[in-house]
Design a protein around this ligand. Structure first.
Ligand code: PLP
Length: 339
């Protein structure tokens, strides 16, 4: 069935594509890659992913360049981060090559869903891993399934690259100080849903979480990392409860090569007043400049943009990163994986 997709009208949502990939881990080893056209999986009702949150996921994007070729951004980084997630919640680690094979296959088989160059849209790739089996006691599973599906997504900014407001709420933590904040697991997201919907209801795009131990330092922005710009310096928090963002890692490199100083260290809330620009960054958000941080407990606002325009440094970083991802800019770092 051929369908026509209005590429410029896509949101960040799910659209059915032709195929997805599965690979099972049983009896101590990973099996063959399987291709499926079903959107469902059949798993035991007692699987650990369902009861005890033994689940991890990843998110990355593929772009079509002006040359028509498909570019996947830093997939090996996602493969390694998923291994770290597996170690963190006692799931089987998947070799990087197997992850890569599955991601490449998922993109190739759904090539007709990779949005055209210039549409502003991209193909979002979602790998995930689930603990399976007939278990009821709290212990790690010994069977797992690794899945990859893809879906075309529109630009994060429907109305263009615009700064958005976030808020600080001290009544909620997304992760514990020495918990699972530094790995990409579903449980962190379940824990963030109440705070996230409260923030959305109040008109904010995200919650800017503080460190869960002292509530004195900036952690991250819901599903995205935080950075601030001041005195020609890129400042991003260091914390045991932050997810190490591949976008942030890339921006740190770009900022340094653009001549900015880079600091990765604890960032106290009191420092927010000194930033000239602030932003959140991640695969979905790319770079989303922050217009304003409202500290709802202290009744204070930190304003970075009041005219609807992004700051100059955020804009430069955004253009550079997106340029490398789409192939418009050279990739001296070897980040782009061309299919
Ligand atoms: C995935 C994620 C990010 C962004 O990471 P990227 O690799 O840049 O996509 C940031 N914070 C959290 C909590 C995440 O789950």
């Amino acid at each position: 069935m051929e369908q026509t997709i209005n590429w410029s009208d896509l949101s960040f949502g799910y659209m059915k594509t032709d195929y997805n990939i599965r690979r099972y881990y049983r009896n101590g080893s990973w099996g063959e890659l399987e291709v499926s056209s079903s959107e469902s999986i059949n798993i035991h009702i007692s699987s650990t992913c369902l009861h005890y949150g033994q689940e991890s996921f990843e998110g990355l994007k593929a772009f079509r360049g002006q040359d028509g070729r498909i570019r996947i951004f830093r997939p090996e980084e996602n493969a390694r981060r998923m291994q770290a997630s597996s170690r963190g919640i006692m799931m089987a680690e998947q070799p990087v090559e197997l992850f890569m094979e599955a991601v490449e296959k998922a993109v190739r088989l759904n090539e007709r869903f990779v949005p055209p160059y210039g549409s502003g849209a991209s193909l979002y790739i979602r790998p995930l891993m689930l603990g399976l089996g007939a278990l009821i006691g709290v212990k790690p599973a010994d069977e797992f399934v690794f899945l990859v599906f893809v879906t075309p997504v529109g630009p994060y900014f429907k109305s263009g690259f615009r700064p958005a407001p976030v808020c600080i709420m001290r009544d909620f933590d997304r992760a514990a100080p020495l918990g699972t904040g530094n790995i990409k697991v579903g449980g962190n997201y379940a824990a963030s849903l109440v705070a996230g919907s409260k923030a959305h209801e109040a008109g904010y795009v995200a919650v800017l979480y503080l460190d869960p131990k002292e509530k004195n330092y900036i952690d991250e922005c819901g599903p995205a990392n935080f950075f601030g710009i001041k005195d020609n310096t890129y400042v991003t928090p260091a914390s045991s409860s932050i997810l190490p963002s591949i976008t942030n890692k890339s921006l740190i490199q770009l900022a340094g090569d653009m001549g900015l100083k880079v600091e990765r260290r604890p960032v106290p809330v009191s420092e927010l007043a000194s930033f000239e620009e602030a932003a959140e960054c991640g695969t979905a958000a790319v770079v989303t400049p922050i217009s304003r941080i409202d500290d709802l407990d202290e009744n204070r606002s930190y304003v970075y943009s009041s005219d609807g325009k992004p700051g100059a440094v955020c804009e430069k970083l955004y253009r550079k990163l997106l340029g490398i991802q789409t192939g418009d800019e050279e990739d001296p770092y070897g980040w782009v994986h061309i299919l």
